[in-house]
Structure formats: structure tokens, C-alpha cells
Design a protein around this ligand. Structure first.
Ligand code: NDP
Length: 295
């Protein structure tokens, strides 16, 4: 990525940590997890750029200066990749591929009942850059789609809900719930026992937001009791997931290694270079997250 940034703008001095550098020269740091103790030692730092869509890992840095802009990558191509992943999950449950995989292991030939996509209700939590594109893709495919966000959104042919008070009504009819929320104090542990109890019996969960949003013991209890049909999990509170983790072998869980969607190195480099140039020109960087709101 550093090489790509230098290629995009040869005049820019790009240093790859831990190569030596002059602390006074550093205007911007681009990182996933900034090295511990680094951010507080850069007197001219104006921007910390997350190399992904989320910023929670940057906000956790104890030495992050209060007046520095924290930016993230916003990429429509990445949102299309996310829509593909969630569309796959919707088809997986709508067409019963989870049950077919279980039947194959038992040598069982049994055709499942088949209904139209419009009878399968998918709810997307988060209608931002990722969630809205995903909701529109599923809607255009024919699924019955609804969305839940913090503030109200009006979108054609999408049943939308806003705020904590509307969550139970949003969840109740859904066959599949997709978590595509940023990790904030308000969304940490959101998918817990009370949340799963509000989901319809036989519904499935897809978590492509962040691992800390799902309380795993509560999810396992909801799966093992038969209340929930299954879960597709792409994100975990500790990544990579250890090889001996029991989640790998749970019959109702489908795991992927945080691969739902990522931006290309070129896009990441281009956006960080653009923002660094804006800083040099005295302009605010693009895609700055709101530190009060937490995303
Ligand atoms: P955005 O900031 O564009 O959108 C966030 C959405 O979540 C908004 O609709 C916002 O509501 C809603 N939201 C935030 N807090 C709450 C809350 N407390 N209650 C209800 N709704 C809330 O983020 P993106 O769409 O770009 O990305 C979302 C997250 O997806 C990322 O932060 C990251 O964690 C995850 N992600 C995962 C990837 C993967 O490969 N697994 C890849 C990329 C992202 P409002 O519209 O009202 O502001």
C-alpha cells in the first residue's frame, strides 16, 4: 500500500513503519492498528487514516490526539463486494443450502419446499455505504428487504426503521438479519440474548459488521436450543480465529475469515494520498468520521 501511495504521487514522502523518519515531518499516518505509542510523538500530525471502512481500532489508541482527523475508506466497489456476500447468504438460507449440506452428510435425498424470493424477509442493520448498497442489491434481486439505522432513511421499496425503540418491530418478521453496523459503544454487544429472543424462530443471523457486536455464548444458546436456524459469521472479536476454536465445527455456523469485502490497495492509496494533499492545501480530509457519534 505504501509503494502504491508513492506510485500514485511520486512527490509524497512515504515511510513504511518501522523505517526511520523525522517525527516533525509526519502529517498523516495510515494504519489498521497504529504502533503503540506512535501517535502521541508526532507534533504535526493532522490525520490518522484507517485503511479500511471501520475506525474503531484507531479510536481505541490511548495516544490518539483529540484534534486529529480520523478518516476511513469509502469505496462503492467494496460495497458491491459486500452486497455479493450478503446476497450469497440470503440465497444460502432462502434455498436451504444449509439443510442440503446437512442432508448430504447423512446421505439423505429430500427436496426442500421452494418459495419465491419475495417471501423471504431480509433485514439489514446499518444503511450506510455498505448497508444501503446491500439492501438495494437484495431488493432488486426480489427479496423482501427492510433496513434499520440510527436516523430515518426513506428508500423506495424498502421498509425502513430508525432508532432503538423500533428494533423489536424491525426484527420480529425477518427470516435473516444482517449486521452491517460500525462498532460503537451503542452497537457493542447489541446481538445478545434479548435480541435473539426477538428474532423469529427459525431465522438466521449474518454478521459482517464486527465480532464484538455479537455475544457469542448467547448466539450459541439460541442456535443450540433450535430457536435460530443458523449463522454466517465473517468477523470475530479475536482475529484470526484460533484453529482449535469450537466455532469452526459448529454444525449451524458457516465461518469466513473476514473476507466479506475489502477495498483494493489502489483505492486505499488513492484516497489517502488525496486526503494528504487536501491537508497540505489547508482543506479538511474527505470521509472523516464523527468522533462524537463514534462512526
Ligand atoms: P457507515 O458509517 O457508512 O454506515 C453506518 C450505518 O450504521 C448508518 O446507516 C448508521 O445510521 C448505522 N448505525 C450506526 N450506529 C447505529 C446505531 N446505534 N443504531 C442503529 N444504526 C446505527 O458505515 P459502512 O456502511 O461503510 O460500514 C459499516 C461497517 O461494516 C464498518 O464499520 C465495518 O465494521 C463493517 N465492514 C465489514 C467488512 C467486512 O469485510 N466484514 C467490510 C467493510 C465494512 P445512520 O444512517 O442513521 O447514520
Amino acid at each position: 500500500m505504501a509503494t502504491e501511495a508513492a506510485r500514485v504521487l511520486p512527490g509524497l514522502q512515504v515511510t513504511l513503519w518501522p523505517e526511520p523518519f523525522e517525527a516533525d515531518d509526519v502529517l498523516a499516518v495510515a494504519a489498521w492498528h497504529p504502533p503503540a505509542g506512535l501517535l502521541g510523538t508526532l507534533p504535526k500530525l493532522q490525520m490518522v487514516a484507517s485503511i479500511g471502512a471501520g475506525t474503531e481500532h484507531i479510536l481505541r489508541c490511548p495516544d490518539l490526539p483529540a484534534d486529529v482527523a480520523v478518516t476511513r475508506i469509502v469505496d462503492p466497489a467494496q460495497a458491491r463486494g459486500m452486497a455479493e456476500y450478503v446476497l450469497w447468504a440470503a440465497l444460502y438460507y432462502h434455498r436451504g443450502f444449509d439443510q442440503m449440506a446437512a442432508q448430504q452428510r447423512q446421505g439423505l435425498w429430500h427436496m426442500p419446499p421452494q418459495g419465491p424470493a419475495r417471501a423471504f424477509r431480509v433485514g439489514i442493520m446499518g444503511l450506510g455505504g455498505m448497508g444501503l448498497q446491500t439492501a438495494l442489491c437484495l431488493r432488486d434481486f426480489g427479496f423482501a428487504v427492510s433496513g434499520w439505522s440510527r436516523s430515518a432513511h426513506a428508500v423506495e421499496d424498502l421498509h425502513t426503521f430508525a432508532g432503538d425503540a423500533a428494533l423489536p418491530e424491525f426484527l420480529a418478521p425477518l427470516d435473516m438479519v444482517v449486521c452491517l453496523l460500525p462498532l460503537t459503544p451503542a452497537t457493542h454487544g447489541l446481538c445478545n440474548a434479548g435480541f435473539f429472543a426477538r428474532m423469529k424462530t427459525g431465522a438466521a443471523l449474518v454478521n459482517v459488521g464486527r465480532g464484538e457486536q455479537v455475544v457469542l455464548p448467547d448466539l450459541l444458546a439460541a442456535l443450540d436450543s433450535g430457536h435460530l436456524r443458523g449463522a454466517v459469521l465473517d468477523v470475530f472479536d479475536r482475529e484470526p480465529l484460533q484453529a482449535d476454536d469450537a466455532l469452526w465445527r459448529h454444525p449451524k455456523i458457516c465461518l469466513t475469515p473476514h473476507m466479506a469485502s475489502s477495498a483494493s490497495d489502489q483505492t486505499i492509496a488513492q484516497q489517502i494520498v488525496t486526503n494528504t494533499l487536501r491537508l497540505r492545501q489547508g482543506l479538511l480530509p474527505l470521509h472523516t468520521m464523527d468522533r462524537q457519534r463514534g462512526y
